[in-house]
Design a protein around this ligand. Structure first.
Ligand SMILES: Nc1ccn([C@@H]2O[C@H](COP(=O)(O)OP(=O)(O)OP(=O)(O)O)[C@@H](O)[C@H]2O)c(=O)n1
Ligand SMILES: O=P(O)(O)OC[C@@H](O)[C@@H](O)[C@@H](O)CO
Length: 434
């Protein structure tokens, strides 16, 4: 067995505790613990060969939005991040520019990538130095390097990585190995295996004192540029900086194969369906229905607000799912008006759901009225989908019989949860019945 100086369980534990204490002490003093400039480099110039898709995975859409936009948004939400350099292939420059414009990414600068990941990362770092091309960005104290195809970033973990890098010179996210690492002979037979507990999988984000990682890349050999995959190793080999390894959450994984895109969509859908806001209107029936729905949806694990109406210019809560209750058969004009108010008040950059629940109190079959409106609503829904809004309609058969009423309400909650969670285009604009 080759002797490796690797992280033992205890070492990683001690590092994590020390980092936690740093963060905690700063945060409990009520001040932002990051009092130095921080920038991000997102390598996104790869071709994504292992997905087998023609579109590079960072530009593949999830719920109508390119994967890279989720990653950028995750960093832009962090107020102490000053700038984000996205490193893309020359042929993707215009596409990246369009994405920045469409999703209003304000902190982003595009830099051209290189033939390997290390070359792309170095090009990103050059954006902060005199040697770079184009206007120089303010040099950060700490630079975060993060694969653009790792969209699930947790701010508190990013804070740990950043503070640790500022203190230690370099820091990196690690995860326990799932499979054992083995070495093969040239003939393809087992040579030896590594003791799994002594090793970690190196993930992202990684943090560096900018001057350290910049200097490391300046000393990179051609072989390192061509075959290397580990930035932490460059800091160790060329600057003698041994990164602190911090165990991160399981959400750090990298989209690599085609099935990872489906997994990423499932995670994003789950995150978008945690909460809902019921617009109750003013009448007694819808307010009673609202109370029932709120209890039913919260029993399904959703967080539910209820407000009487959307006022012009008000800011809706950050949820992505609106449930509009009405005793009148939905009219496309009314729905369009409601959607316009939502778009004024909400960031529709994420796909969100409008569920129009129509409580047929009169009990009169208004099928003719509904049919007249049905095609208009379907057309409206098709157009809404281009604006990242999924419009669903449910007609509730109103009954005074308590058993029937309970059945109807349970069915309504099941349909609501399914529509919010699945965000399926197939049901958009359709009139469903409960
Ligand atoms: N020349 C390269 C190669 C990769 N990357 C980026 O580095 C990250 C992680 O690399 P990887 O998952 O290997 O992406 P690809 O190289 O695109 O994937 P593949 O190896 O399957 O082609 C990705 O965001 C990728 O876009 C880069 O900026 N420049
Ligand atoms: O090798 P790939 O280009 O697939 O991905 C890069 C990964 O190696 C890298 O993101 C982490 O291992 C941390 O260095």
């Amino acid at each position: 067995m080759e002797e490796h100086e690797t992280c033992s369980e205890r070492t990683v534990e001690r590092q994590r505790d020390a980092t936690n204490e740093d963060c905690l002490s700063e945060l409990t003093k009520g001040r932002c613990p990051v009092n130095f400039p921080v920038a991000v480099v997102l390598p996104a110039a790869g071709s994504g060969e292992r997905t087998g898709l023609s579109t590079p995975k960072q530009f593949c859409k999830i719920l109508g939005r390119p994967l890279i936009s989720y990653t950028i948004h995750a960093f832009e939400r962090v107020f102490w991040i000053d700038s984000i350099v996205v490193v893309v292939a020359k042929e993707s420059h215009d596409l990246m520019t369009d994405i920045i414009q469409k999703y209003n990414h304000t902190k982003v600068k595009i830099v051209e990538g290189g033939s390997t990941r290390h070359r792309s990362i170095f090009n990103g770092l050059l954006a902060f130095s005199e040697q770079g091309f184009g206007p120089k960005l303010q040099k950060p104290k700490v630079v975060i390097i993060h694969d653009a195809v790792r969209p699930f970033l947790e701010e508190d973990f990013l804070l740990k990585i950043t503070l640790a890098a500022n203190k230690q010179g370099a820091s990196g996210a690690v995860r326990p190995l799932v499979s054992t690492v083995v070495a093969a002979t040239t003939g393809g037979y087992l040579d030896h295996s590594l003791e799994r507990a002594r090793y970690r999988a190196s993930e992202m984000p990684q943090g560096f004192i900018y001057d350290i990682i910049y200097q490391a890349y300046q000393h990179c050999s051609e072989a390192e540029f061509k075959f290397g995959t580990e930035c932490l190793e460059l800091a160790l080999q060329h600057c003698g900086t041994s990164a602190v390894l911090i165990e991160g959450p399981s959400s750090l994984w990298k989209v690599t194969h085609k099935q990872d895109l489906a997994s990423a969509e499932a995670v994003i859908k789950e995150s978008l369906s945690q909460s809902a806001c019921i617009i109750t209107g003013e009448c007694t029936e819808t307010q009673n229905l609202s109370t029932w729905m709120k209890n039913g949806l919260m029993a399904e694990g959703m967080w539910v607000d209820a407000i009487p109406n959307i006022e012009q210019g008000m800011t809706l809560s950050t949820n992505r799912n609106l449930i509009k209750l009405s005793v009148n058969s939905p009219k496309s004009v009314e729905i369009e008006e409601f959607m316009k108010m939502c778009e004024e008040t909400k960031d529709v950059l994420y796909p969100f759901v409008i569920l129009w629940v129509y409580l047929n109190v009169s009990g009169q079959a208004s099928f003719s009225q509904e049919n007249d409106e049905a095609s208009a609503i379907m057309t409206l829904a098709e157009d809404a989908q281009k604006r990242n809004i999924f419009l669903y309609c449910v007609r509730l058969s109103y009954s005074k019989d308590s058993t029937e009423c309970e059945r109807t309400m349970n069915k309504l909650c099941q349909i609501t949860v399914a529509l919010i969670r699945d965000r399926s285009a197939a049901f958009s604009g359709q009139m469903l019945y409960a």
